[in-house]
Design a protein around this ligand. Structure first.
Ligand SMILES: Cc1cc2nc3c(=O)[nH]c(=O)nc-3n(C[C@H](O)[C@H](O)[C@H](O)COP(=O)(O)OP(=O)(O)OC[C@H]3O[C@@H](n4cnc5c(N)ncnc54)[C@H](O)[C@@H]3O)c2cc1C
Ligand SMILES: *[C@@H]1O[C@H](CO)[C@@H](O)[C@H](O)[C@H]1NC(C)=O
Ligand SMILES: *[C@@H]1O[C@H](CO)[C@@H](O)[C@H](O)[C@H]1NC(C)=O
Ligand SMILES: *[C@@H]1O[C@H](CO)[C@@H](O)[C@H](O)[C@H]1NC(C)=O
Ligand SMILES: *[C@@H]1O[C@H](CO)[C@@H](O)[C@H](O)[C@H]1NC(C)=O
Ligand SMILES: *[C@@H]1O[C@H](CO)[C@@H](O)[C@H](O)[C@H]1NC(C)=O
Length: 616
């Protein structure tokens, strides 16, 4: 059963007639504070109210006859607040990293991780998306670069960099890769630190490093990228203010602080969702007359599917959950970007003024910075994070090694790199992905690593953008409904991964000591001058705390791949074997793009909305 728009309006009119003030939420979409205000059924019920959910919910409620409910575990929160709400989980001990555990940080608010992230705004290599499409025999819906590019344009409203900054720092861009319609903004700070000059120039001295005109062009090389913020107030632009606030949509409901416990299936049809409100242990259900849309993120979506009886039978059996649909891929194929710790300082950068320390130490500069911000939101405080980096292919940072590594990826025993009892379809999917990555290794257009620079500090911690290991997110057999799923990155389980990470350290050193940057007095504090050979660097990385298994970009756990390759959703994002159930969050990425994942999530979500609307 679904309810029409007119009966909703009637209910609101009746409430007003009873003398209630019209709640603020009427002018936005509708915030549901009490379970008794829910409709008994909605066309679409979203599990999770984060980045992907609010994007899709906005687009499908453009039709006033479609009713949507978003259930979000976190609160409505102000992202400008000092510490927005986070899920803070802990990983399982990492075998490849001396048994250490690592924090898992995720947004836990309406708007999800888009409300807490660093606002870095990238989309990665065109070839990353082409690899998604090639995993299927037929790519009828265009899950490839050409097919997703229109949705990047739809997703983001681009403002060019301010003229003086663009000229001063030689920032290039090409607006044809961007759009101008969305309420979600990509914009630029009005200030950059001049210490970037020698750092950017030194990129050009490195062999094989090319300039790419725009971060949205799908290339690999050095490029500038805008920030996920609006161009006037320089405030965070994210799913909440772009895709929920100020929409006059009585058919778009959100209930915050409502945590979904499990899905309810009739046979193999998803028909309702069971949830709890914040201060109560009571269980409530709400029906989805058309579809349930999973958008709880790559860590929580697989958990909810598994406790609902959709997942690998072995995992479900161990936890005492009855299997309704035996779907081996749920929670597998888990990936994140891998960070490494390098620390090379440059005395010479601190002689270039102003720099990031002048905000602290030079009262004149600090006053100017404050005044600029207060006057017209300009100056250093309009900077969110860095806006330039080298996004490099292996052909640039490991020119003498990539061919051997590509061959290794093609010929290695893929089953031996996954846990012993891994389902054969998961092994087949892993093998297909490694074949795809081998081809990408030989291309100068696929980003494998990010080398970010800060005008004060020099190169900051590099990121591996194409991980080679695959982990898992499974329910805890001792407490399947409990908060914490078992999150195992399995970092370094593919031996190629460590070799690439070692090469990234060596590249940062060549960049710092063998270009004109050597004139700025580089000092190697980490790994340190005593760490020289490949073996020593590897040892520093593995045992010296030189690796972070996450850059906050969990993905792949409900991947869009054929069932024979261990996939969980097809190209319409429907879960195999279940009716009326789709997934739209970062979990559907078969493999990570060479970019931070927020913009890719928005692009995917825009495409998902069209797929859902067309009812394929
Ligand atoms: C600290 C941090 C920094 C980051 N920095 C960047 C960056 O600078 N640039 C970039 O591109 N990307 C960045 N990312 C990554 C990016 O923000 C995410 O990949 C993206 O937002 C994920 O979107 P999603 O829709 O998959 O999930 P999310 O946006 O995380 O949404 C999932 C939502 O589901 C809710 N939820 C979970 N379980 C339940 C349940 N049981 N019931 C109801 N609701 C539930 C969560 O509370 C959350 O709101 C960062 C992420 C983090 C955490
Ligand atoms: C400015 O950028 C262009 C295009 O990317 C590049 O060719 C040129 O060398 C750059 N100039 C400077 C001074 O960095
Ligand atoms: C839940 O409890 C917290 C703290 O006890 C309180 O601040 C909050 O208002 C309550 N929320 C609801 C919806 O009752
Ligand atoms: C680099 O090392 C110095 C000295 O130990 C330390 O103060 C600084 O915080 C480090 N920087 C980074 C980015 O780790
Ligand atoms: C670079 O680092 C300095 C020192 O930590 C900091 O003040 C500054 O904001 C950073 N710059 C950017 C663009 O993030
Ligand atoms: C402090 O900053 C001002 C403004 O940027 C600059 O003119 C001045 O030279 C700086 N003083 C010192 C001691 O660096």
């Amino acid at each position: 059963m679904s309810i029409s728009r007119s009966s909703l309006l009637l209910a609101l009119a009746a409430a007003c007639a009873r003398g209630f003030a019209i709640p603020k939420s009427v002018h936005q979409a509708r915030q549901i504070a009490d379970v008794s205000d829910l409709l008994p059924a909605y066309d679409y019920v979203f599990v999770g109210g984060g980045t992907s959910a609010l994007t899709v919910a906005d687009r499908i409620t453009e039709d006033p006859d479609v009713t949507v409910l978003v259930l979000e575990a976190g609160p409505f929160a102000d992202p400008a607040a000092y510490l927005p709400p986070l899920f803070e989980l802990t990983s399982a001990p990492q075998q490849g990293l001396g048994g250490q555990t690592y924090p898992i940080v995720l947004g836990n608010m309406v708007g999800g991780s888009s409300g807490v992230n660093s606002m870095m705004n990238l989309r990665g290599s065109a070839e990353d998306y082409d690899r998604w499409g090639r995993l299927f025999e037929e790519d009828a819906l265009g899950w490839n670069w050409e097919g997703i590019l229109p949705y990047f344009r739809k997703a983001l409203n681009f403002s060019p960099p301010p003229k003086e900054v663009a000229e001063r720092f030689n920032i290039t861009w090409d607006a044809s890769y961007w759009g101008s319609e969305s309420r979600l903004h990509a914009a630029w700070p009005t200030f950059q630190y001049p210490g970037l000059d020698p750092l950017v120039a030194a990129f050009d001295e490195m062999p094989g490093v090319e300039r790419v005109v725009d971060s949205g062009a799908g290339g690999a090389g050095v490029y500038w990228f805008p920030t996920l913020m609006d161009p006037v107030k320089h405030e965070r632009s994210f799913a909440l203010n772009a895709h929920y606030e100020n929409l006059n949509r009585p058919n778009y409901h959100i209930m915050a602080e409502a945590t979904v416990r499990r899905l309810i299936l009739e046979g193999t049809t998803a028909s309702a969702v069971e949830f709890q409100t914040r201060n109560s242990t009571e269980l409530f259900t709400v029906e989805a007359s058309k579809e349930v849309i999973m958008a709880a993120g790559a860590i929580h979506t697989p958990k909810i599917l598994q406790v609902s009886g959709i997942g690998p039978k072995k995992v479900l059996d161990a936890a005492g959950i009855e299997t309704i649909v035996d779907l081996p891929g749920v929670g597998q194929n888990f990936q994140d970007h891998v960070g490494i710790v390098t620390n090379i300082t440059f005395k010479g950068l601190l002689d270039i003024h102003p720099n990031g320390f002048d905000i602290l130490n030079n009262a004149t500069f600090r006053e100017w910075a404050k005044e600029s911000w207060e006057t017209d939101r300009s100056g250093p405080y309009s900077l969110a994070i860095e806006n330039v980096a080298a996004w490099l292919p292996l052909t640039a940072f490991a020119p003498s090694s990539y061919e051997a590594w590509a061959t290794e990826l093609e010929t290695q025993n893929h089953a031996s790199l996954l846990p012993e009892d891994t389902h054969p379809t998961i092994v087949a999917g892993y093998a297909a992905q490694m074949q795809g990555l081998a081809a990408a290794m030989r291309s100068k257009d696929t980003v494998f690593a990010r080398f970010k620079i800060n005008g004060t500090l020099g190169p900051t911690n590099p990121i591996l953008n194409q991980p080679f290991s695959r982990g898992s997110v499974n329910i805890d057999p001792t407490d399947p409904f409990g908060k914490q799923p078992v999150v195992d990155y399995r970092t370094l389980s593919n031996p190629v991964e460590l070799k690439v990470l070692v090469e990234m350290v060596k590249w940062v050193r060549r960049y710092s000591f063998e270009t004109s940057l050597k004139n700025l007095g580089p000092v190697d504090l980490a790994p340190g001058p005593d760490v020289v050979s490949d073996e020593e660097i590897a040892d520093y990385l593995v045992r010296g705390g030189g690796i972070y298994p996450s850059d906050y970009h969990p993905a792949g756990t409900t991947s869009m791949m054929p069932l024979e390759l261990g996939g969980v959703v097809d190209q319409t994002l429907r879960v195999y074997g279940v009716k009326n159930l789709r997934v739209i969050d970062t979990g559907i990425m078969p493999n990570l793009p060479g970019a931070n994942t927020c913009q890719p999530t928005y692009g995917m979500a825009e495409k998902a909305a069209d797929i859902i609307k067309s009812n394929v």
